[in-house]
Design a protein around this ligand. Sequence first.
Ligand code: ATP
Ligand code: MG
Length: 384
Amino acid sequence: MTALAASSPPGEDLRPVRERIQPLLGGPSSTIVREFFAALRDPFTRSLRHNTYLWFGVLWGLPIPLFSLGIDLLARDLPVTMIQVFAVFREHPLHFLFLAHPLLFAVVFGAMGSVRRQKDQKIAGLIADLEEHLRLLAAANAELKGLDRLKSEFLANVSHELRTPLVSIQGYSEMILEGRLGPINAKQAEGLQIAGRNVIRLLDLINELLEFSRLQSGKSTFHIGAFDLRDAVHAAAVLLRPRLEEKRLRFEEAVPPDACSIFADRDKLNRVFINLLSNAVKFTPEGGTIATAVARDESGMYRIEVRDTGCGIPAEAHGRVFERFWQYDGSTRRKHGGTGLGLAICKEIVQGHGGRISFESAEGKGTVMRVLLPIGRAGTETSP
Ligand SMILES: Nc1ncnc2c1ncn2[C@@H]1O[C@H](COP(=O)(O)OP(=O)(O)OP(=O)(O)O)[C@@H](O)[C@H]1O
Ligand SMILES: [Mg+2]
């Protein structure tokens, strides 16, 4: 994590940005007066070459002595000559005070120019700091993405390597169970059956991991075909009927009378519906209700809902539901099985179809999982 470590260069001003910007936004009048007097000592205030504010002050103050002199000469009906001007100055020394105004304004405006320059310099420094931080952040982000990709590749490789020996173990267990390698007694058969079931669980997990990494890396092919969404959702429910009956759950199905034709990958969407339904069954206690609904949304997309009256998801966990491996009850002694990959895979599949998946859930009340899918078009495409 070199980029992350480098994000705090030695000697860097680590005060929060707000604290550093505050003095530039102006402050109480005492601060402004202090800034003004400090600026008077700045050589830039007196720089005729660089401080244009100074000239602006001179121009601003110049009309005052000119007008006062002009009015005096006009009032006495005197011609505007150098002799008369000297005479007026001698007679009314107050004109010397007016003459000082361009100088006075030059000093005030010059000091304002200095304050402005100091603030500009501070802003430029802050912008440079901000740009440096953004650069470091982008580098850290790129590094994190690289590490994440490495981790996913590692997971995919390990899963792949694990699958081959497991398939072989499964094959041999079946052969022994079937007595093809010699007779076995009932106790041995029972032990082998348990081992076989666990091998299947492990293979399921590995297949899920491989599918997820294929989807994430965009290497999964979507085989697009036309079918009726109502049939796909119904088929998933039929598959789960034994579990619905086992838990004595009521099942309701709402579908529109007209066909809901869609161009999509039916197998992949089946996976989505099966996971949403099996989650609903898993997290709904006996006697509860599960309902599915298919409808056409106002935006022209299909909306598929899976509703349950189960335990729900607490509000503080809502942000994590689609994270891979996340399960609300992640303890090793949790009631429900699974890997926590189901919804992460659903999200990849739905997004791969250009759709969206969301949910509403209240603890103790139940959950509604909602999938929005575009009608799609024919052809074979790869997931993005
Ligand atoms: N209908 C639901 N009601 C309550 N909690 C849910 C529901 N659906 C999902 N969850 C919560 O979200 C978590 C993640 O769901 P997900 O389908 O990704 O994983 P899983 O079902 O635990 O395992 P897998 O699907 O991989 O077998 C679940 O463990 C559960 O805590
Ligand atoms: Mg699940």
